[in-house]
Every structure is written in structure tokens, then in C-alpha cells.
Ligand binder design. Structure first.
Ligand SMILES: Cc1cc2nc3c(=O)[nH]c(=O)nc-3n(C[C@H](O)[C@H](O)[C@H](O)COP(=O)(O)OP(=O)(O)OC[C@H]3O[C@@H](n4cnc5c(N)ncnc54)[C@H](O)[C@@H]3O)c2cc1C
Length: 302
């Protein structure tokens, strides 16, 4: 068996949070490893228009590869693959990564979330063209006054539709599992906002000539875009001992440290706005604190 690889800091996840954390730590002259299994939500962004500094927008994958290059320039070590296990023994973390065991004094969990999908035909193409969307905060501006649907499975979908009402009056809520998933109060809120509710459960959702056609019962509705409001899977399973909130998001202090000393978190895996800028900001805060924590350890060992 080969000897474990030793780093000052291990970053798990290489989306906007992990790449930013790695970049900052490398510029703090830390030996840092970023391990990523290549499923960043940012890679699905056709073109973001709310990233400051890009007046014409930027394709998610292009943004990721330029931060990757920037981080490499300062010596961040990258590894492709998954971290399967993370443990803390004494004041060190040990991780099982793609190339074997890794030891690090501090760890940044930047593992993000993934979207719970409905069965949409040609999903990747529909996301690329903006026919299927996930995040009104990101791109409701792009659907102003368009004909928009929301795929819902409960009150969260109603909240999303009400949020979208500020941007377009042409809104329809489609229910994944039919009428029973919404109570009277939620129906009243939709009615008061003049949002159309389709009672029949969704039979199919398909991409057709750039638009989305939702089939329900014997009828079909055509939308310019639909928002999928089915929620997220939160990738916090590597830290079973870390505190989570009622929705499953990791909880941290203001330096983005979890209740486990030396274990920090940034980005979508934390409750908050699921946004690139927020993920980057979290990671900058966490990396600065990780560097200081490493310095305190070095002072003690001297
Ligand atoms: C279609 C779409 C459009 C969007 N549009 C915008 C927009 O316009 N503006 C905006 O600000 N935001 C937008 N977002 C949201 C944005 O993509 C996320 O907020 C952002 O990517 C979060 O960054 P993150 O680093 O926390 O997580 P992610 O980018 O999801 O990265 C997490 C990474 O961790 C990896 N990982 C997880 N577990 C492990 C493990 N055990 N081992 C190794 N690697 C692991 C994953 O594979 C992934 O690569 C959009 C999202 C989607 C899906």
C-alpha cells in the first residue's frame, strides 16, 4: 500500500466554491488538493447573466475552466474522482480519495447539491436552451412576460410561482402527483395571484421546437420555459457528525466552520442563496479562516 498523500488543506468539490477555496488557499502558500467528481451545477448553466464582471454573460463551463486555470497557476493540485470517506483522528483528517488515502489538517466541504429532476424528454438540451430552468433568482429576468410553467410537488412550488409572478403574469403550476399535494391555503394564494393551477397530474413533459409541452390528463399546455421546483439533494453525507438544519443543509459559524473543528463548508451545501457569487464568498471566508487555523497549529508546534 502506498503512503498517504499529505496536504495542509483538502477541498472536496470543484465547483465555484471549491475552486475559489483552492485558489485562495494556494495564494496563502498552502499545499492544497481539490478533489472533484465533475458534477458541478455550474457546468449546466447555459449562460449566466448575474455574474458581476461579465456584461454579456458567461457560459458556466467557461467560467469554471478559467478559475481552474487560475488556481493551477498558483499550484493547486487537482484530482478527478470521488472522496468516499472522511474521518477525523486527533487533529488530522484522513480521506479516501481516487488515488488512495489523503491526510490534511483542514478540510473544506464544497460538495454542493443536485437538482431533483422530473422526467423531461431531452433534458440536457432543454436546460441548454433555457426551456427548463431551476433558479428564478438566477434567471427570472430572462423570462419577463413569457409564458412560464412551474413543476411542483408541494408548497415549495407555490412559493416559486409566487416569486415568479413579479416577472410574468403568464404562469401555470403543474402538479407532479396531482391535486392532493396542495392544501386550500396554497390554492387560495395561487388564485389571488391569478396563477393558473392544473389539477391533473403531469403525464409527460417534452421539448418541442424550443418550447416545453406539458401533458396533463387529456390536455396539453405549451410554455416558453418551465421551472422545476422539486427541490435538492444536499451532498453532506461525508460529514455525518456535522450539524445540519431542518432541511439537511450544513450549519456553520460565521467563518464557515462546522461544529467539527477544522471542517469548513462553502456553497450550495450550506443553506442560503444557491448562487455562484455566494458560493465564492463563502469559500473566501472559509479559506481565510482555514489559513489562520493552520497558522495557529504551526505556532503551537514550534
Ligand atoms: C441550470 C442552472 C442554472 C444556474 N444559473 C445560475 C446563474 O445564472 N447564476 C448563479 O449565480 N447561479 C446559477 N446556478 C446555481 C449555481 O450553479 C450554484 O449555486 C453553484 O454551482 C454552487 O457552487 P458549489 O461549488 O457550491 O456547488 P457545485 O457547483 O454543485 O459543485 C459541487 C462539486 O462537488 C462535487 N462533489 C460532490 N460530492 C463529492 C465527493 N464526495 N467527492 C468529490 N467531489 C464531490 C460535485 O461533483 C460538484 O462538482 C444555476 C444552477 C443550474 C443547475
Amino acid at each position: 500500500m502506498s503512503a498517504p498523500a499529505k496536504f495542509d488543506a483538502l477541498v472536496i468539490g470543484g465547483g465555484p466554491a471549491g475552486l475559489t477555496g483552492g485558489l485562495y488557499l494556494a495564494r496563502f502558500r498552502r499545499r492544497v488538493l481539490v478533489i472533484d467528481d465533475g458534477r458541478s451545477r455550474a457546468l449546466r448553466i447555459p449562460r449566466t447573466h448575474n455574474m458581476p464582471g461579465y456584461p454579456d454573460g458567461v457560459v458556466g463551463a467557461d467560467l469554471m475552466s478559467s478559475i481552474h486555470r487560475q488556481a493551477e497557476r498558483y499550484g493547486v493540485v487537482f484530482a478527478d474522482g470521488r472522496v468516499e470517506k472522511l474521518e477525523k483522528t486527533g487533529d488530522r483528517f484522513s480521506a479516501r480519495g481516487p488515488g488512495g488515502e489523503i491526510l490534511a489538517r483542514v478540510v473544506l466541504l464544497a460538495t454542493g447539491t443536485s437538482d431533483i429532476e422530473s422526467a423531461v424528454s431531452h433534458l440536457a438540451e432543454a436546460v441548454r436552451s433555457g426551456a427548463v430552468r431551476y433558479c428564478p433568482v438566477c434567471d427570472a429576468f430572462e423570462v419577463i412576460d413569457r409564458n412560464v410553467g412551474v413543476i411542483a410537488d408541494g408548497p415549495a412550488g407555490v412559493r416559486e410561482a409566487l416569486y415568479l409572478r413579479h416577472f410574468t403574469p403568464h404562469l401555470t403550476v403543474f402538479l407532479l402527483s396531482g391535486e392532493n399535494c396542495l392544501d386550500e391555503a396554497n390554492r387560495d394564494m395561487l388564485a389571488a395571484a391569478q396563477i393558473h393551477l392544473v389539477e391533473d397530474p403531469i403525464a409527460s413533459v417534452r421539448l418541442s421546437d424550443g418550447a416545453i409541452v406539458v401533458r396533463h390528463g387529456d390536455a396539453e399546455t405549451r410554455c416558453d420555459s418551465v421551472y422545476s421546483a422539486l427541490g435538492m439533494r444536499i451532498h453532506a453525507e461525508l460529514a455525518p457528525g456535522a450539524e445540519r438544519d431542518e432541511d439537511g443543509y450544513l450549519v456553520t459559524d460565521r467563518r464557515r466552520q462546522t461544529n467539527i473543528e477544522g471542517l469548513y463548508a462553502a456553497g450550495d451545501v450550506l443553506q442560503g442563496l444557491n448562487q455562484i457569487t455566494v458560493a465564492m464568498g463563502d469559500a473566501a471566508i472559509a479559506a481565510a479562516a482555514m489559513h489562520l487555523a493552520l497558522r495557529r497549529g504551526e505556532d503551537r508546534d514550534r
